[in-house]
Ligand binder design. Structure first.
Ligand code: HXC
Length: 262
């Protein structure tokens, strides 16, 4: 597929590299229309299927990660348009099926669907100019890509409710303090930092990386005891992998591990 609204590239060693997907509608502040989300879903699925890709970075421009779903495109939709075509679910939810870790590298605006897209990723590294918000209320709607569910889980009810009801934005410092982002870094270091994290993930064994992602995600679904049991079984299962033998042997013998993702 030839992409027009995203740009993709890879970085790092051929055997285990990071894929970088850049949203590319800069004039519209990366407003997320259906065509862009179709391309994004396609690219994520393709990278997820590529065994040489160990981590994916999703990023935007300096001014905007994404300023939301495309308001112009949505303005004339009626109920049948969105319900019959399963608007949002059809393509946006692709990202949740990706088993490879996805890092959101956010600079500038991450608003509405842009904030929700960032929250669908596994963690967010923010530039110091990042601004997060769920301003849908100002348009007569509410968040529709998980914002009312993921934002309270990330920052607690008080801040999430205030943001959803007032539409106010949160800056990067507040977002880090509240737990929405893992780290804030200077704007000019954003991609270096995201790539550093991605290549570190790539250097680890794939089964343990995927198990860690699955287990942490379980923390947001179901009960604590179910989540702990899920973690325990994955933990125990990893003792059946070659990578566990390799990782522990390497530590004991004071050498670097050479994981084979087996
Ligand atoms: C379509 C958008 C857009 C959007 C910006 N643009 N956001 N177009 N959809 N979400 C366009 C503007 O129309 C403008 O186009 C160009 O991008 C530059 O934007 P400006 O407004 O001129 O820039 P600035 O003054 O710097 O203001 C930046 C901004 C503002 C604060 C981010 O653009 C803004 O408030 N945007 C809307 C944010 C929003 O409401 N997001 C939620 C959308 S609803 P022209 O052609 O005039 O140059 C949503 C629903 C999610 O996301 C539900 C499920 C996904």
């Amino acid at each position: 597929m030839n992409y027009e609204l995203i740009v993709t590239r890879t970085e790092g060693p051929d055997a285990r590299k990071a894929a970088i997907v850049t949203l590319n509608r800069p004039k519209q502040l990366n407003a997320l229309n259906d065509a862009l989300m179709d391309e994004l879903g396609h690219a994520l699925k393709a990278f997820d299927a590529d065994e040489a890709v160990g981590c994916i970075i999703l990023t935007g421009s300096e001014k905007a990660f994404a300023a939301g779903a495309d308001i112009g495109a949505m303005a004339n939709y009626g109920f049948a348009d969105v319900y019959n075509r399963d608007y949002i679910t059809r393509n946006w939810e692709q990202i949740r099926g990706v088993r490879t870790p996805v890092i959101a590298a956010v600079s500038g605006f991450a608003l509405g669907g842009g904030c929700e897209l960032a929250m669908m990723c596994d963690f967010i590294i923010a530039a110091d100019n990042a601004k997060f918000g769920q301003p849908e209320i100002k348009l007569g709607i509410i968040p529709g890509a998980g914002g009312t569910q993921r934002l309270p889980r990330a920052v607690g009810k008080a801040k999430a409710m205030e943001m959803a009801l007032t539409g106010r934005m949160m800056d990067a410092v507040e977002a880090e303090r509240a737990g929405l982002v893992s780290r804030v870094v200077p704007l000019d270091k954003l991609m270096d930092e995201a790539l550093g994290a991605a290549l570190t993930i790539c250097s680890h064994g794939q089964p343990s990386v995927m198990a860690a992602k699955e287990a942490v995600n379980r923390a947001f679904e179901g009960t604590l005891s179910d989540g702990v049991m899920f973690e325990r079984r994955l933990f125990q299962a990893l003792f059946a992998t070659e990578d566990q033998k390799e990782g522990m042997d390497a530590f004991v013998n004071k050498r670097k591990p050479a994981f084979r993702n087996r």
